[in-house]
Write a protein that binds this ligand. Structure first.
Ligand code: FAD
Length: 385
């Protein structure tokens, strides 16, 4: 069987490795001309790490991952710790440590595991079609590719999604903008092995460690969609938005590099349950674009890749049956994660200010049990749990 994969993000590359593990021929096409991931880092929760381990990347992943031994919530204005608890109960329960990883490192690891030089960069898909013998992709340069299957891992603005669903899918603005980047670890901002989150005023500021003594940081700022922003001005914007916040946040604002700080408007899509049209299937954000509020979008994309492998393992000679099995195994789980993230997003960002205030109160008496229960609920339910 030959699989054509569109998109060399974490979904597409994971799927490429997973299908090749079964011995299939795999071609990967990517529109950009070089690996330049958008965003500084992501938290790969235990379910995502299990997927990477399954793809043979256990040692590499552990080497790139930051060690998070504890979590804490801090009052935005006083700097007082609202709660702090160990991650050990979570790791014990799910059997795998999560790892925050710099995006560029994660992306390069996956690309190298497939074969960086084999990825066909600079190939922008402009159309995809199902067919009786094979599916076809057309590229902007006029060339085409054929496969027994086409896996469209073409991200949140997926073109293939509109083809598979037969309609244009609108994305929904979630109400906030996320600024993110990397800074050297600084214990005045947060402890080196802790995921620290400052909360207040329906906003949050977080730091967590990744490899090479760096913190991945992000600021969530509620604002209207399309607010003007000039690249390079992140420090000024954040200094103004967070002027009244605790000293650790001020230190972070001074430490960040405004030239490399990313600014992302956060959107998601309503879940849908048709991911397959004939020999064409959606995977990753193309199928389930979520807000990052529970850190599961990329993990879910990697779960898709493993589920796809299992479907082709079980239906080796029948692409239609395999893709149907893939779709059946994934849509409910992925939809659940999108909706869980949306709910978390609303509480964190003050959709109902009373609910947000009640959450802050809960955090002051939290011993970790509730937070960890929630995270375990996100982690469990994929193909490897
Ligand atoms: P992408 O990573 O978007 O990759 C799609 C690829 O397809 C791109 O390389 C693109 O160039 C290519 N492409 C698109 N169109 C075409 C075309 N027409 N032709 C050829 N190539 C094409 N997830 C987590 O698990 N944990 C987190 O902590 C986390 N934090 C996040 C924080 C933020 C601020 C955001 C925005 C997202 C976060 N996510 C997180 C989500 C995660 O980034 C995505 O779910 C993940 O990148 C999806 O991978 P993907 O391969 O499906 O899509």
């Amino acid at each position: 069987m030959k699989a054509v994969i569109i998109g060399a993000g974490m979904g597409g590359t994971s799927a490429a490795i997973a299908l090749r593990q079964l011995g299939h021929e795999v071609e990967v096409y990517e529109q950009v001309t070089e690996n330049r991931p958008v965003g500084a880092a992501i938290s790969v929760w235990s379910n995502g790490v299990k997927c990477l381990n399954h793809l043979g990347l256990e040692a590499e992943t552990a080497a790139l991952g930051g060690i998070v031994d504890s979590m804490s919530y801090v009052d935005a204005f006083t700097g007082e710790t609202m709660c702090r608890f160990s991650m050990a109960p979570l790791i014990d329960e799910v059997g795998q440590r999560p790892y925050p990883i710099a995006r560029a490192d994660l992306q390069l690891m996956l690309m190298n595991a497939f074969g960086h030089d084999e990825i066909r960069f600079g190939k922008k898909m402009v159309a995809v079609h199902d067919g009786p013998e094979h599916a076809t992709v057309e590229f902007a340069d006029g060339s085409t590719a054929h496969g027994d299957i086409v896996i469209a891992a073409d991200g949140a603005r997926s073109l293939a999604r509109d083809y598979v669903l037969g309609r244009i899918v609108e994305r929904r603005y979630a109400g906030y903008v996320n600024f993110n980047g990397l800074v050297p670890i600084d214990e005045e901002i947060g402890p080196a092995t802790e995921w620290t989150t400052y909360v207040g005023d329906s906003r949050r500021v977080s730091v967590m460690p990744v490899a090479d003594n760096r913190f991945y940081f992000f600021f969530d700022v509620t604002m209207s969609e399309g607010a003007p922003f000039e690249r390079g001005t992140a420090r000024d914007v954040l200094a103004e938005e967070f002027a009244a916040w605790a000293p650790g946040v001020q230190k972070l604002i001074r430490a960040l590099d405004p030239e490399t700080t990313n600014r992302v408007e956060i959107l998601d899509t309503d879940p849908f349950h048709t991911w397959v049209k004939g020999r064409v299937a959606l995977l990753g954000d193309a199928a389930h674009n979520t807000t990052p509020d529970i850190g599961q979008g990329g993990c879910s994309a990697m779960e898709d890749a493993i589920a796809l492998q299992f479907a082709f393992r079980d239906h080796a000679d029948d692409p239609h049956a395999a893709l149907a099995a893939y779709e059946r195994s994934r849509t409910e789980r992925a939809a659940d994660l999108v909706l869980r993230a949306r709910k978390r997003c609303d509480v964190t960002h003050g959709k109902d200010p009373e609910a947000t205030a009640a959450w802050y109160e809960e955090l002051r008496s939290e011993d970790g049990t509730n937070v960890i229960r929630g995270i375990v609920g996100n982690i469990v339910g994929g193909p490897l749990t």
